[in-house]
Design a protein around this ligand. Structure first.
Ligand code: ATP
Length: 476
């Protein structure tokens, strides 16, 4: 038993004088007047707060009192006619300034009603000091096919907590998908609630830019309705997808975005098609060099590309950190249709040769304008030696969950890269990582039919070399 008990805190001594709360008797008229004034003040506050309901209601009531039924009916009919005229006259401004703000107000009410149960069941409500604390829904904005919810997170939460619960939230709000991003300020998150699917339909060929902008090549449509732009400068591109996932459409979309540069000589495309030219052969005229028959010819071509890299590196050393292509000193694009055929299935000696020159090409080629675009079906280590040498990775439909991690690394599937759930019925749909955005973006690449590829190849033809032999004109 302790000798002395020390208890911290302030002791309240018994007061010498103890009094009871005084009772003041008020007349009933005073109590009723007080309640009336309080009710009036509350009504005024609510009327001002919900002005978008009370304002139109007051206007309609005034019209009814002054003009009878004709007044409100005439106003509503006039507004509908004006809205239709605006919609048909200038649809984009009607949606931006007329329809979406109204829809946003309506949807804010709908989200607020479901907010508490949604947060509680998605485990985003926090219990603190005996209370339940919810993230605050600050704003709802509508965009085509998507609602943008600005949320103030509870202390200690991060946007990744919302990303982890994205699928639950999507089902709760009855939406196709929910994407969580960091908000405009610390402590805020943006939830993009995807309603329609702008990627459900095939995307046709995009217009060919007159001069390719190597930092923004248009290849397809993003799920937020914007154009997906690929920055080729400073990168190497890996395309991964199961058979029939649409790897070809990524390659052809890229060649289409570069087509004007191919014709002018600003870009030289070298093609390696281990499937005997079945895939890339359709657009043969676009390729300056093309190898499809044997692995040695392909290894030779990679060695030649490496020689270009080494010559340029020696020439540009100390002058610039990024090569700017010109017609005399073009950008080289090495397109490999099935990388695994080169890295795994060729004979041992050729395989080693290919692996070593490819590794050097991937690491040294980026800065000197020699870029590799490689497609592969199977992202396992045995077939894809080092995915980290490809800064840009495009993952189409994959067969297994684990393959998503093999392509993007840990955590991307949790943030929404559900490549294994892309339906077979939507080839060309892929997930990509965008610059500065930790969550993956779903995109659909444009699709060119064989006929469109042939026409493009004829229109933007380059002078080809097939299996080491220069040929005159095209060989479509
Ligand atoms: N972007 C797209 N939009 C719509 N349909 C597409 C798209 N890409 C491909 N397809 C359809 O899917 C089929 C298979 O596409 P593709 O041959 O490009 O796939 P792949 O991944 O290259 O397959 P493989 O590995 O077997 O060569 C095409 O014939 C076409 O009908």
């Amino acid at each position: 038993m302790p000798l002395v008990n020390v208890i911290r805190g302030e002791r309240i001594d018994t007061a010498p004088l103890n009094v009871r709360t005084p009772i003041v008797r008020l007349p009933i008229w005073l109590v009723l007047s007080w309640w009336f004034l309080k009710g009036l003040a509350l009504t005024l506050v609510l009327a001002c707060r919900y002005w978008y309901v009370t304002g139109p209601a007051a206007l309609l009531l005034w019209l009814y009192v002054d003009f009878g039924w004709l007044g409100p009916v005439g106003l509503v009919a006039g507004l509908i006619c004006a809205g239709c005229g605006w919609h048909f006259g200038h649809r984009s401004s009607f949606l931006r300034w007329g329809w979406f703000p109204v829809l946003g107000r309506w949807r804010r009410g709908v989200y607020r009603r479901r907010w508490h149960p949604a947060m509680a069941t998605a485990k985003l409500a926090v219990s603190f000091d005996g209370h339940t604390v919810l993230p605050v829904l600050k704003r709802v904005r509508c965009r085509p096919g998507c609602d943008e919810l600005l949320v103030r997170m509870v202390t200690g939460q991060i946007p990744d907590d919302f990303a982890a619960a994205a699928e639950r939230l999507a089902h709760t709000f009855g939406a196709r998908a929910v994407k969580a991003l960091p908000g405009p300020r610390y402590g805020e998150a943006l939830l993009l609630v995807m309603r329609g699917d702008p990627l459900a339909a095939t995307v046709g060929p995009l217009p060919v830019p007159d001069v390719p902008d190597f930092t923004a090549l248009p290849l397809g449509i993003r799920e937020d309705g914007e154009i997906y732009l690929l920055c080729l400068f400073g990168t190497q591109v890996l395309i991964v997808g199961a058979t029939g996932a649409g790897k070809g459409s990524v390659i052809w979309s890229l060649l289409r975005a570069l087509a004007a540069g191919i014709r002018s000589g600003l870009v030289q495309v070298w093609g390696l098609d281990p499937k005997g030219g079945m895939e890339l052969g359709i657009g043969l005229d676009l390729f300056t060099r093309f190898a499809c028959k044997n692995a040695e010819a392909m290894a030779d071509m990679l060695d030649e590309a490496l020689a270009v890299v080494q010559e340029r590196t020696a020439r540009l050393m100390g002058l610039t950190r990024q090569h700017i292509p010109t017609v005399d000193d073009p950008l080289y694009l090495i397109v490999i249709d099935e990388l695994a055929a080169l890295t795994s299935y060729a004979d041992r000696k050729t395989k080693e040769r290919i692996k070593s020159s490819l590794g050097l090409l991937l690491t040294q080629g980026r800065a000197v304008g020699v870029h590799v675009v490689a497609a592969i079906q199977d992202p396992r280590k045995e077939t894809l030696p080092d995915r980290n040498l490809f800064p840009t990775r495009i993952a189409l439909r994959l067969s297994e969950e684990s393959e998503v991690e093999m392509v993007f690394g840990k955590g991307m599937r949790d943030r929404g890269a559900l490549c294994d759930r892309i339906p077979m019925a939507t080839p060309g749909v892929a997930f990509v990582a965008l610059d500065g955005d930790p969550t993956p973006m779903r995109v659909r690449f444009s699709f060119l039919t064989d006929r469109q590829i042939r026409t493009m190849a004829r229109t933007y033809a380059a002078r080809p070399v097939i299996d080491g032999q220069w040929t005159e004109g095209g060989a479509a």
